[in-house]
Design a protein around this ligand. Structure first.
Ligand code: PLP
Length: 234
């Protein structure tokens, strides 16, 4: 591994390569640097190296680091409990992990109190893995329509997905393709609070495949900051 700044340059170069393979340019894919377990100093090093968007999967880490970091766009990318929405509603630019109407309802309520409209992505569990959060592919349109009908303070910007772990990243292309197909299907829906722009998929080990299948946000942690320490088991 190089320095944070060298790793960012290398990742950006690969993003550009895969974007071109899929008929787009490097500027068409947003790099969200995932900083879970990383310090505010490491986050700031990434921002100084050109990162504009930071992703965290835990509310507590956003609370802990938000004020110590340079100004940047924060993304909530992990499972979000309803009782914690209030802590991040004024800190994040987009919530990638909306997978139930009850969660959307709480985001809507808190966004309303804060006087903002929150951008969200609907998380799809494309491979139907029991261990993963996300709406089943066949339930996604129903959830989308319910949110559009009933959540006046939410703007739906697209879909997010996490692919299964596979030895060969090519094996998960089918799931990415399924998410892209769902997204394309939603392009026909006309609604003032549906402003489709993003497909958030691809992590350090599979972002090339994800971009080739249509991702325009990639969420990358270890390829920038190095491997994470194993979580401590209580
Ligand atoms: C940790 C995480 C990532 C980044 O994973 P890396 O393998 O470190 O790139 C992306 N998305 C989510 C939801 C994560 O929790």
């Amino acid at each position: 591994m190089g320095t944070i700044s060298e790793n960012i340059a290398a990742v950006k170069e690969q993003i550009g390569h895969y974007a071109e393979l899929s008929g787009r340019g490097p500027g068409d894919v947003l790099l969200v640097a995932v900083t879970k377990t990383r310090s505010a100093d490491e986050i700031n090093a990434a921002i100084e190296a050109g990162i504009t968007d930071i992703g965290e999967n835990k509310v507590q880490e956003i609370i802990d680091k938000h004020d110590a970091a340079l100004p940047v766009n924060w993304h909530m990318i992990g499972h979000l409990q309803r009782n914690k929405v209030k802590y991040i509603i004024d800190k994040v630019k987009m919530i990638h992990s909306v997978d139930s109407f009850r969660l959307a309802e709480e985001i809507d309520r808190r966004a309303g109190s804060a006087g903002i409209a929150m951008d969200i992505l609907i998380q799809v569990n494309a491979a139907n893995e029991e261990s993963k959060f996300g709406a089943a592919a066949q339930d996604t349109e129903g959830l989308l329509r319910e949110i559009l009908d009933r959540c006046a303070n939410i703007r739906v910007r697209g879909l997010m997905s996490i692919a299964p772990i596979a030895d060969d990243p090519g094996d998960v292309a089918v799931y990415f393709r399924q998410v892209k197909a769902l997204y394309d299907g939603f392009m026909g829906i006309r609604h003032e609070r549906l402003d489709l722009k993003y497909i958030s998929m691809g992590m350090s080990h599979d972002f090339g495949v994800a971009i080739r299948e249509g991702a325009n946000i990639v969420r990358i942690g270890s390829a920038i900051f190095g491997p994470r320490a194993a979580p401590v088991q209580p």
